[in-house]
Ligand binder design. Structure first.
Ligand SMILES: N[C@@H](CCC(=O)N[C@@H](CS)C(=O)NCC(=O)O)C(=O)O
Length: 207
């Protein structure tokens, strides 16, 4: 039995769950983290020494780091679909997982923490403004790519890169911030968020 540990309101858990649903896998998701707690137990620490979510347990094979989980599930069950067979096409998809983790997430983080997790009177407005500007610049990078008419980040097929970018866009387009007009990204978001596999994953309350 496959288990995914983590509350669904976590963007990183969302990626793992979306990949599993897209691949039609049977799995159990266990609510830990956030209001559910459970990350500081010895049992959870043995699964994931970072005490973060998500963690995948695939018949005793334990994996943490959300984008590694997406890659593992895609490589194992999605050869030719989520995991493009051609190394060049795969590279074009894979880079978006890195882009989400190393560019978008660090840029968006301070704005998310400031606006969603910090009481109004205690917010660092400068940090929020800087993070918003940085994230909006990345949004316009994505807009420039999607504006060439492609349907998905690596071309005309939904691949693993769309899981990470779709989750990032899902969060940023629903944040209470000013954003530039990005019609190609808006159309992309509509396309990916309406997939059956995205139901119950995207559009969660921002907490
Ligand atoms: N790089 C890690 C980051 C994991 C992470 O920061 N997870 C957050 C939720 S998005 C977490 O565990 N927060 C503690 C909590 O939810 O209680 C990954 O991509 O899996």
């Amino acid at each position: 039995m496959m288990k995914i540990w983590g509350r669904i309101t976590s963007i990183n858990v969302a990626k793992a769950v979306w990949a599993a649903q897209e691949l039609g896998l049977q799995f159990e998701r266990i609510d830990v983290g956030g209001p559910f707690g459970g990350l500081d137990t010895p049992e959870y620490g043995a699964l994931n020494p970072n005490r973060k979510i998500p963690t995948l347990d695939h018949d005793g094979y334990i994996l943490w780091e959300s984008n590694s989980i997406v890659r593992y599930l895609a490589a194992t069950y999605g050869a030719g679909t989520l995991w493009p067979a051609d190394p060049r096409e795969r590279g074009l998809s894979d880079r978006w997982l890195d882009w989400q983790a190393t560019e978008f997430a660090p840029a968006m983080g301070p704005a998310f923490l400031g606006l969603i997790r910090t009481p109004e009177g205690q917010r660092n407005q400068q940090a929020i403004a800087d993070a918003t500007a940085r994230t909006n610049r990345l949004l316009t990078v994505l807009e420039g790519v999607m504006a060439d008419g492609r349907q998905y980040v690596a071309g005309d097929r939904f691949t693993m890169g769309d899981i990470a970018v779709g989750c990032a866009v899902d969060r940023w387009l629903r944040m209470p911030v000013e954003r530039p007009e990005t019609p190609a990204v808006a159309a992309y978001y509509e396309r990916v968020s309406s997939r059956p596999s995205a139901q119950g994953v995207l559009k969660q309350k921002l907490v």
